[in-house]
Design a protein around this ligand. Structure first.
Ligand SMILES: [Zn+2]
Length: 169
């Protein structure tokens, strides 16, 4: 049996090479023009499909497209799930494969998220709060922080004025 090397990705018109964690992957400009990279997630800002997911290249779910493109094939019957519980996230290392059972659990978690308000993340981590404060100090407008983290202006204001997370240094 002849061992053949793994074929290099074909780079066609409109594609350029990018690296994710040192791995060479393709960057389709149409895709990345619709992605907002936040300190945590890569949020899909393009068209939507059902269930709060993005509609990616060719009408495929954006997170599935990202998984196939940046990580590898999706075996039949497998679902692409989010570690971050953010349906619009397309960041490769936030995605993982799971079964339908996992998917239903995941969907329930997402349901909570969506009901929670128009928030991408219902909960901020300590790291987020530190980052919000430092971004504000270095000139990011509070309204930009609202968008970036999917939180209300009041939430940002309370963080910045230490009405919440006051103990966090
Ligand atoms: Zn994410």
């Amino acid at each position: 049996m002849v061992t053949r090397p793994t074929p290099e990705p074909q780079i066609g018109a409109g594609l350029r090479t990018i690296y994710v964690r040192g791995l060479k992957v393709l960057d389709d400009g149409w895709f990345f023009a619709r992605v907002e990279k936040t300190p945590t997630c890569w949020l899909w800002r393009g068209p939507r499909k059902g269930f709060g997911y993005g509609s990616g290249p060719g009408g495929e779910y954006a997170h599935r497209w990202a998984y196939r493109t940046f990580i590898g094939p999706i075996p039949p019957g497998k679902y692409v799930l989010h570690r971050c519980d953010t349906p619009l996230c397309v960041k490769p290392d936030h995605l993982f494969l799971g079964t339908q059972h996992d998917n239903l659990k995941d969907a329930a978690a997402k349901g909570r998220m969506i009901r929670g308000a128009a928030h991408y993340r219902a909960k901020l981590t300590e790291e987020d709060v530190r980052r919000i404060r430092s971004l504000r100090e270095t000139g990011t407008p509070a309204t930009g922080l609202c968008q970036q983290y999917g939180i209300s202006f009041q939430t940002v204001w309370r963080i910045l004025h230490r009405k919440t997370w006051a103990w966090l240094t």
